[in-house]
Design a protein. Sequence first.
Length: 332
Amino acid sequence: MRKTSVYLPDHLKRALTARASATRRSEAEVLRAAIELEVRARGPAAVKAVIAHDSPQPGRLVGVGVGPGDPDLLTMRALHALRRADRVIGPSTSQDAIGRAETILREAAPDVPVERVAFAMHPDAEIRAQAMGEIAGTVAGYLDDGDEVAFITLGDPLTYSTFSSLADAVDARRPGTLVEVVPGIMAFQSLASRTGTTLVDERQRLSVRTALDGDNDDDLARDLADPQCTVVLYKGGRHLPALTEAARRAGRLDGAVVGELLGMSGQRVGPLRQLGEAPASYLATVILPAPEGAVPPTVLPAPTGATDVVDDEVGLDEGQDRDPGGERVVAS
Ligand SMILES: C[S@@+](CC[C@H](N)C(=O)[O-])C[C@H]1O[C@@H](n2cnc3c(N)ncnc32)[C@H](O)[C@@H]1O
């Protein structure tokens, strides 16, 4: 046995004392067991990475994106933040229902316990706001006690996620709360990679939007009418047949894809032409690629006295680089 000493912040010291007393062990025994679990679960490489990282900060709220479904799309940074936090909170419809984000986390890191908070899915905005207020009160209480709290969300925490409203509501109760975000891979990125769909290139643009009203939406019609605009549709599962028809009218069915329950059991991925005839569930994403707009390589006028040259350096944007073969350009 070798002796070591360690300084603990007050909130951890309190938690250690409580845990030792509740389990009738000495504090040293509890510490040994915790370290053992940590080291065994992670392996030597991960332990090194963890040592290089920071420690929990009392009163910090961290929004953690867990990706769209596949457990291996949860990033290493997310995993670290979740293991570091004193509490991990997950949204759910009720205390006895496991939310999507929690399911992903259970697969990726079964060692991380999740405390559920029930979000009201009520159509009445006042009832929803009241439920959000109660959750914010709970989270603010944990932060006041000196805990670092991680809140998990599907995909990315800053894209159509409850995290933004929660962070605002917590800040209203505890002005100046330290809030950080660990980005997550989004559903449309997963769908694009599964189907080999280029999202945007050259001067095309990307419109990520909801389709809660189906095709009855002037802004959507404008995006569809722009041949250089790739359109990503979230929350349109129940309107899939109407959206498919709108895509057909706009000449947008070629290359259009839909992904339902990506990375989850029951997943469906395929051309909108085939899958868009019937409604899908809420967890469905559609990509309608821009039919035009990828600019062909620029041919510069040949310098006097030289032969014609295709300069593939022209048209490189910031953040782009040549691939090792020197011919194609790839975004970094
Ligand atoms: C509340 S938003 C969450 C978006 C998420 N924060 C993101 O960054 O992708 C829910 C919508 O995201 C899309 N979505 C999220 N996860 C998905 C999945 N696993 N499969 C298909 N679509 C998904 C669906 O369009 C769904 O209606």
